[in-house]
Design a protein around this ligand. Structure first.
Ligand SMILES: Cc1cc2nc3c(=O)[nH]c(=O)nc-3n(C[C@H](O)[C@H](O)[C@H](O)COP(=O)(O)OP(=O)(O)OC[C@H]3O[C@@H](n4cnc5c(N)ncnc54)[C@H](O)[C@@H]3O)c2cc1C
Ligand SMILES: *[C@@H]1O[C@H](CO)[C@@H](O)[C@H](O)[C@H]1NC(C)=O
Ligand SMILES: *[C@@H]1O[C@H](CO)[C@@H](O)[C@H](O)[C@H]1NC(C)=O
Ligand SMILES: *[C@@H]1O[C@H](CO)[C@@H](O)[C@H](O)[C@H]1NC(C)=O
Length: 550
C-alpha cells in the first residue's frame, strides 16, 4: 500500500488497533517520508542533507529530544515520544512544516527552550502519534540602539538575549525571567516575570511586535495579525495560536551599577516572624527593589541530625548600595541589612548572580544557552497571595516541608508596576491586589513510579493544605508554571466549556473568554493544540456554546 494512503488512514488504525500491535517502524516511515517530501516541495532548500529530520531510528534522535527538555519526569519511558523531530533552519521551513502537518493530519508539538513544566512541548499525555518542531536553530538576535529594541528569534535563550543587550550598552536591559536557559519563544507566551517586574512589568508587557506562522502557514506581524491575536500571544500560553518565529522587545533602562544581596535566616533565627513581616511590606517597597524569598529544608547548624527551614532573602536593587540601605531602613529594617551584605555590579553580572551562578562564571557563558545545574524530575504548582499567610499557617507548611526530601518554594514580591497594569491589558490577569506570587516545587532523582507518586502526592497534599491562605474563586495559577492537575483538554474530542474554564479561569480569569474567541477566529480547526491549549468554541457542545455567548 502506498505510504500516502497508510498515512491518511493513520487515525483510523490507531483507533482499531492498539498502538503496540502496529508496526512501529512502518508508522515512523510513513510520517517521515510523506512529511519530508512535502516540506521539500514547499521550500527551495534541500532539507534532507541538512540533518534537520530525526526519527527514532536515527542515532541523533535521543540527544536532540533530550537536549533542552528540562523535566526528566516528562522524558520517562512511559511518555509517548515524537515519531519525528524536525528542526527548521529558516522561517520558510516553519511555514512548510505547518502546511504539511496540516495537509497530512499530523499532530504537532512546538518547542523553543524546552522548559515547559509538563513537557507539552516535546511529549504528549495521550497515545496519539505526534511530531515535534524544535526551534532551537532559529536563535538570531538583532539589537537596534536607535530604536531601543531587539528582534529575537524564538530559539534564543533569555540569557543570550540579556548578554547581547549588555554588549551594546551597560545601561539597557530587559525585564524577563531569572533562569537564563529559558527559551524566549515559550517564556513570553505565558507572561515572563523576573526581578525587574516591580519596575517594568512582565516580559510580555514589553513586547512591541512579533512574527508568527498561523494555521494556514502565513507569516504575520503585529500589523497583519491584528490587535486581538497580538493580545492573545502575550500571556495566553504557548502552543495555541500559531508558531512564534520572533519577538520584538522594547529595551528598558538599567543603572550602570545595581546592587544585589542574599540574606539567609533559619527557624532558629526567627525566620517565621521575619517572613510574616516581609509579606506585609514586600509589595509596598520602592519599585527599584525586588526581593524574593527562597524557602527550603536544611540541616540545622545547632543540633546534629536535625532539619530546619531555611529562608533566603534575595534581591536586585536598581541603584547603588547606599540608597538601598536607606530604602531598607525605612521599609524593611527587620531584615537588618548591612553594607557588608550588599554587592555592587553591572546589570548583566546581576543576571548571573540571581540565576545562582558562582562568581567565577563570566557573562560569556550565557551564549552557551545551557542550564546551570543538572536536570531533575520535578513537579511544581503556583499560587498568588492577596493577604499575608499567618504565622500558624506557615508553621504548618514548614512541618510538611520537613517531611519531604527536596521541598522548595519561592515567594516573589508584587506591587509597583504589576499593580498598575489592568487585568485585561494582556491575558495575564494576576495584577493589582496580589501581595506576592508563590511557586511550590519538589524534585527528585529517580524515575521509578513509586518515587514519582510519592513526591507528586506530597505536593498535591501541600497544595490542598494551603488553599485557605491564597487567592480564591478562582484560585489563581501562573500558566508558565503549567500544572496538568488543574485540568486537561480532552484530546481529539469534545471538551465541555465548563471543564476547560476551570483551569482557564485559574490561569486567565475573565480573559479566558476572549482567548477562546481569538482562538476560534484564528485556528477554527484547533490545529495548534496540547493538553492545556486554548480550546475553540467548536470543541464545546452546543449547550455550552449558548451558555458562553449569553
Ligand atoms: C528552571 C526554570 C526556571 C524558570 N524561571 C522562570 C522565571 O524566572 N520567570 C518566569 O516567568 N517563568 C519561569 N519559568 C517558566 C517558563 O517561563 C516556562 O516554562 C516557559 O514556557 C518556558 O519557555 P520555553 O520556550 O523554554 O519552553 P517550551 O517547553 O519550549 O515551551 C513552553 C510552551 O510554549 C509553547 N511554545 C514554545 N515555543 C513556541 C513558539 N515558538 N510558538 C508558540 N508556542 C511555543 C510550547 O508548545 C509549550 O506549550 C521557569 C521554568 C524553569 C523550568
Ligand atoms: C536519519 O536516518 C535517515 C535514514 O536512515 C538518514 O537518511 C538521515 O540522514 C538520518 N538523519 C540524521 C540527522 O542522522
Ligand atoms: C537579523 O538580521 C539578519 C540580517 O539582516 C536577518 O537575516 C535575521 O533574520 C534577523 N533576525 C531577526 C530575529 O530579525
Ligand atoms: C544534611 O545532612 C545529611 C546527613 O548528615 C547529608 O547527607 C545531607 O547532604 C545534608 N544536607 C544538606 C542540604 O546539607
Amino acid at each position: 500500500m502506498p505510504s500516502s494512503i497508510s498515512l491518511m488512514l493513520l487515525p483510523l488504525f490507531t483507533v482499531l488497533l492498539s498502538s503496540a500491535s502496529l508496526s512501529a517502524a512502518a508508522l515512523y516511515h510513513s510520517i517521515d517520508d510523506e512529511f519530508y517530501q512535502c516540506v521539500n516541495l514547499h521550500t527551495d532548500l534541500s532539507i534532507p542533507s541538512s540533518g534537520a529530520f530525526h526519527t527514532p531510528d536515527n542515532a541523533s534522535f535521543a540527544s536532540v529530544l533530550e537536549s533542552t527538555a528540562m523535566n526528566l519526569r516528562c522524558l520517562a519511558p512511559s511518555r509517548p515520544k515524537p515519531e519525528l523531530i524536525f528542526t527548521p533552519l529558516t522561517e520558510s521551513h516553519v511555514q512548510a512544516a505547518v502546511i504539511c502537518a496540516k495537509e497530512l493530519n499530523i499532530l504537532l508539538r512546538v518547542r523553543s527552550g524546552g522548559h515547559d513544566y509538563e513537557g507539552v512541548s516535546y511529549t504528549s499525555a495521550t497515545k496519539s502519534p505526534f511530531m515535534m518542531i524544535d526551534l532551537a536553530k532559529l536563535r538570531s538576535i538583532n539589537i537596534s540602539m536607535e530604536e531601543n529594541s531587539a528582534w529575537v528569534q524564538v530559539g534564543a535563550t533569555i540569557g543570550e538575549v540579556y548578554y547581547r543587550i549588555s554588549q551594546k550598552s551597560r545601561t539597557r536591559g530587559f525585564p524577563a525571567g531569572l533562569c537564563t536557559s529559558l527559551g524566549i519563544g515559550g517564556h513570553i507566551t505565558g507572561g515572563a516575570y523576573g526581578p525587574m517586574m516591580r519596575k517594568y512589568g512582565l516580559g510580555a508587557d514589553n513586547v512591541v511586535d512579533a512574527r508568527i506562522v498561523d494555521a494556514t502557514g502565513r507569516i504575520l506581524d503585529r500589523a497583519s495579525m491584528g490587535e486581538d491575536l497580538f493580545w492573545a500571544i502575550r500571556g495566553g500560553g504557548g502552543g495555541s495560536f500559531g508558531i512564534l518565529l520572533a519577538w520584538k522587545l522594547k529595551l528598558v533602562p538599567v543603572p550602570a551599577t545595581v546592587t544585589v544581596f542574599t540574606v539567609p535566616r533559619t527557624l532558629e533565627q526567627g525566620a517565621t516572624k521575619l517572613l510574616y513581616r516581609w509579606q506585609q511590606v514586600a509589595d509596598t517597597l520602592d519599585e527599584d527593589l525586588f526581593i524574593r524569598v527562597l524557602i527550603s529544608a536544611a540541616n540545622s547548624t545547632g543540633q546534629k541530625g536535625k532539619k530546619t527551614i531555611q529562608t533566603a532573602y534575595q534581591a536586585l536593587f536598581l541603584g547603588r548600595a547606599d540608597r538601598l540601605l536607606k530604602v531598607m531602613k525605612k521599609g524593611f529594617p527587620e531584615l537588618g541589612l548591612t553594607q557588608k551584605d550588599c554587592l555592587e555590579m553591572s546589570w548583566i553580572e546581576s543576571v548571573l548572580y540571581i540565576a545562582g551562578y558562582p562568581g567565577t562564571i563570566k557573562p560569556e557563558f550565557l551564549l552557551q544557552g545551557k542550564p546551570l545545574s543538572d536536570k531533575t524530575y520535578f513537579k511544581a504548582k503556583s499560587d498568588f497571595a492577596k493577604e499575608p499567610i499567618p504565622e500558624y499557617a506557615m508553621e504548618g507548611i514548614w512541618k510538611m516541608f520537613l517531611q519531604e526530601d527536596s521541598p522548595f518554594s519561592i515567594w516573589n514580591a508584587y506591587g509597583g508596576m504589576m499593580g498598575k497594569i489592568s487585568e485585561s491589558a494582556t491575558p495575564f490577569p494576576h495584577r493589582k491586589g496580589r501581595k506576592f506570587m508563590i511557586q511550590w516545587l519538589t524534585s527528585w532523582q529517580s524515575g521509578d513510579k513509586k518515587t514519582t507518586n510519592k513526591h507528586i502526592g506530597w505536593i498535591r497534599k501541600l497544595y490542598d493544605s494551603v488553599a485557605p491562605y491564597v487567592s480564591k474563586f478562582p484560585r489563581e495559577a501562573y500558566v508558565n508554571y503549567r500544572d496538568l492537575d488543574l485540568g486537561v483538554d480532552k484530546f481529539n474530542g469534545k471538551t465541555s466549556y465548563l471543564k476547560a474554564s476551570v483551569w482557564g479561569s485559574q490561569y486567565f480569569k475573565d480573559n479566558f473568554k476572549r482567548l477562546v474567541q481569538v482562538k476560534t477566529k484564528v485556528d477554527p480547526d484547533n490545529f495548534f493544540s496540547h493538553e492545556q491549549s486554548i480550546p475553540t468554541l467548536h470543541s464545546f457542545s452546543e449547550g455550552d456554546e449558548k451558555k458562553m455567548i449569553n
